[in-house]
Design a protein around this ligand. Sequence first.
Ligand code: SDX
Length: 459
Amino acid sequence: MEKFESRKKRNLDTQQERAAWMNEHDKNEGGKPAVGKLIVDGLEIELPLVVGTEGERGLDISKLRAETGLVTLDPGYVNTGSTTSAITYLNGEQGKLFYRGYAIERLAAECDFVEVAYLLIYGELPDAETLEHFRLTLRRHTLLHEDMRLFYDGFPFDAHPMATLSSAVGALSTFYQDALNPADKEQVDLTIIRLLAKLPTIAAYAHKKSVGHPYIYPSNELSYCENFLRMMFALPTEPYEIDPDFVNALNLLLIVHADHEQNCSTSTVRMVGSSDSNLFASISAGISALWGPLHGGANEACVSMLEMIMADGGNVKKYVDMAKDKDNNFRLMGFGHRVYKNFDPRAKIIEGACKKILQKQNTNDPVFDIAQQLEEVALKDEYFIERKLYPNVDFYSGVIYRALGIPMPMFTAMFAIGRLPGWIAHWREMHASPKKRIARPRQIYVGATQREFVPLEDR
Ligand code: SDX
């Protein structure tokens, strides 16, 4: 079989060509499908090769323990695939991202978020009638049960919105006990609508609670993003004018955040869902995983870092050097990625939208200037080049949220609203899989071997 390195250089343009090449070349001497071989203690076993439609290849080790007694060890799952999936493909080396086969750049330019949410969840771009029905159905489910408002009375005003979102989404399962069965398609479809429709309301109410303003009820006359902006910024004392540029920017932001294959929070949703926990509980867990500053929380951490650099005289080189210093656990937030070893295409799209909004507002945000300077310095630095560390989705997203007037504690909540359709799509795909099993990783025990118990009086 041709060496992997030379295969990577092969430019096979279409899926069909790649698949044909794989089928042609991924065979062993006897013409059978290619396999990997593992030799342990003189025992040789064959591991089937799984080849994806984009030519990715993996070793299927599902029979490894049964045949050898061995398990694999891979902290952080850097080399381990948890599933096959038909939802999102990202090519980290080339910096490309596709939802259900459509390039993110095209979807961001041509669609709105509700259309992309439908594509991710149900697998196809909807026709006009289907999309209109989906939109109108969502609009009719944006209200929260009035008792849900009591939750907000209980939270402190400075509660982090991600704590509020995770709690409120989990609590939705108590108000909608009629639709919790993961095996009932109608119940799942109704829960999907409720979640997509209500998460913006839950998030906007969290913001209103934090500023002591009255909650603004959703309006069925408005689109998804118009509704969210109005619930966030309108006051009952005066008319609120919706800025179409803000609506366009918000649609684009939500689209580029909508899915990203088996990232930490999506894997969490799959893990929790694999025990047949209901969809509300699974999404609540995903929100908690996204909160971490190494994941979705990086957008908030990135703007805090940029503001710190600005307050420190804008000396970006000082902070680039700090990030390189192994004795210093400082990292450039918004930089680096487990999969992208090239530009994150989403960062490029957001940077462009950022420039457009700031130009429209005829303002320049010094934090955006700092971000651009930081990017320029870092990308010329050997440490970042050698480790292939580029700006990721979180590097510019916080800056554009600022331009839209969204306060920093809400940044990761915005990521959650965007990522919701991706989480739902993966949860559905997992439940539809004939190979679905409860997720239960193995371990290698390195603790104390069996020892005699010592009674308290003798310790
Ligand atoms: C998201 O998985 C997804 O798809 C996530 C996401 C999605 O859409 O769901 O794309 C969203 O979470 C984007 C990432 C947001 N997080 C950040 O921006 C936080 C800062 N970045 C890192 O902490 C880091 O890059 C990660 C967490 C994103 C990736 O971590 P990895 O893959 O475990 O890489 P690593 O920590 O092993 O780093 C490899 C090397 C190390 O140096 P060496 O030990 O080899 O000398 O790169 C260095 C790291 O020290 N490094 C950084 C760095 N990121 C990695 N050094 C300085 N600054 C950074 N930001």
